[in-house]
Design a protein around this ligand. Structure first.
Ligand code: FAD
Length: 407
């Protein structure tokens, strides 16, 4: 420690886990779910500071993505006889915990488990599932879910990538953007519109399993991101990619199938937002107890206490949303717009908590070593993906009023 005037504290310890749960929302988590949660906590401890460096250098540590599979943390609540069963609560707690540690790794779970594995488990043929389900679940193969296009984001229902019949097989042509794991050397579930004039399935949206080594498939990592820098998203070109007939997922027939996957992962984003907000609140609380100004710890000042209270208020509401979401899901009663409301509330609340925490840490708040800035930046991406705030509001608004205001 320096003895120079004006420099008595070199660093602050703000990353200790405080297990904030003011309303005992998670006090009665069943043992089986707690065991899964503990596995996620051990993983976060094992990762330590590594993701801070990955974020700083915008590198994607695939070994950690593989490790999540080794630890069987990709299940995401998917119900399939060949997969370990996680309850929705266990799946949520994993996503929360890993996102609390690092947002990029939280997004890896959303992409690999929530999107890719879920698409295969829901819609794949027996043969596709026999070949790919376990390797995806175990993190031996990386999976991507390619719906969004450069010209079609919120209106992905208008997707323009086409699938044409090509002899006995198919040919894909189009472009995709923002695809997590899309340049990881694994497989991509590509959503495309069948172009077969006069055919029964003309214009139908279907999903195709594409090996990223296929001729005509080019995945280019998107650079210059200021959010989720520790996972790579790709811009994908599909330049006449020839596929065998059995590349199509037989369970997919319309855009509603893609929506089914997205409804499930929306709940995951609500949990992820809770993880980010927890990390920020706990960093702010710890910092306020260590940082001395005007001869006192910041925690002694009234306005600081008010800000901590405001953050706890938001955090507790987020926890209650998540717990109830898991209960509704477990009972089979969860409606898609209820997941939308949880996402709508939690990513907005997480943004407010992160911004307040960042301010409370003063200049130190922008240093990556104090974690808040990274969470603040990462929340921006989860606030957008799986449907923006506006899109969730339109989905909920349609449910409330019976009137669609999308166009
Ligand atoms: P736009 O649709 O262009 O929206 C821009 C703004 O306009 C938003 O504020 C939006 O709310 C608003 N807006 C749009 N339409 C309306 C309307 N009708 N009324 C009012 N406001 C409107 N996609 C995948 O397929 N796979 C992935 O793995 C994947 N991962 C992603 C990872 C990251 C980090 C990011 C940033 C995105 C990812 N996405 C992925 C894409 C993501 O789902 C889209 O970014 C999202 O749906 C929004 O689309 P957009 O970015 O094109 O925004």
């Amino acid at each position: 420690m320096s003895t120079l005037p004006g420099e008595t504290t070199a660093a602050y310890e703000v990353t200790r886990r405080l297990d904030t749960d003011y309303y005992a929302v998670f006090a009665d988590v069943p043992d089986a779910d707690r065991a899964v949660w503990d596995r996620a906590r051990a993983f976060v401890d094992e990762v330590g500071d590594r993701m801070r460096d990955a974020w700083d250098t915008a590198s994607y540590p695939l070994d950690l993505a593989a490790r999540l599979g080794e630890l069987d943390l990709y299940n995401d609540g998917i119900d399939h006889p060949d997969l370990t069963r996680f309850s929705p609560l266990a799946a949520g707690l994993v996503t929360m915990e890993v996102s609390r540690g690092d947002g990029s790794l939280g997004t890896v779970i959303a992409v690999q488990g929530g999107l890719a594995l879920r698409t295969l488990a829901l819609f794949g043929s027996d043969q596709q599932q026999r070949r790919w389900l376990r390797p995806l679940a175990r993190g031996e193969v990386f999976g991507a879910f390619a719906l969004t296009e450069p010209d079609h984001g919120s209106d992905s229902v208008s997707l323009a990538t086409v699938a044409r019949r090509d002899g006995d097989g198919w040919m894909l042509r189009g472009a995709k953007k923002w695809i997590g794991n899309g340049a990881s050397g694994g497989i991509t579930f590509v959503w495309a519109r069948v172009d077969a004039p006069g055919g029964d399935d003309h214009d139908a949206v279907r999903c195709f399993l594409v090996e990223q080594s296929a001729h005509g498939y080019t995945g280019t990592v998107i650079t210059g991101k200021a959010s989720l820098r520790g996972i790579h998203q790709a811009h994908i070109a599909l330049d006449d990619v020839h596929l065998p007939a059995d590349a199509v997922l037989p369970g997919t027939h319309s855009f509603a199938d893609a929506s089914t996957v997205l409804s499930s992962t929306r709940s995951g984003v609500a949990w992820s937002a809770l993880g980010h907000a927890t990390a920020c609140y706990e960093a702010a609380l710890q910092y306020s107890q260590q940082r001395i100004q005007f001869g006192r710890p910041l925690a002694r000042f009234q306005m600081v206490q008010e800000r901590l209270t405001r953050m706890l208020d938001e955090l507790t509401a987020m926890q209650l949303y998540c717990r109830r979401l898991a209960e509704l899901d477990a009972s089979g009663a969860l409606r898609p717009t209820q997941a939308s409301l949880a996402k709508h509330h939690n990513t907005r609340a997480a943004r407010r908590v992160a911004a307040t925490a960042r301010d409370l840490l003063g200049g130190n708040g922008i240093l990556l070593e104090n974690t808040v800035m990274q969470h603040l930046a990462d929340i921006e991406a989860i606030h957008t993906y799986e449907g923006t705030e506006n899109i969730q509001a339109l989905l909920i608004g349609r449910d409330l009023t019976g009137v669609s205001a999308f166009t």
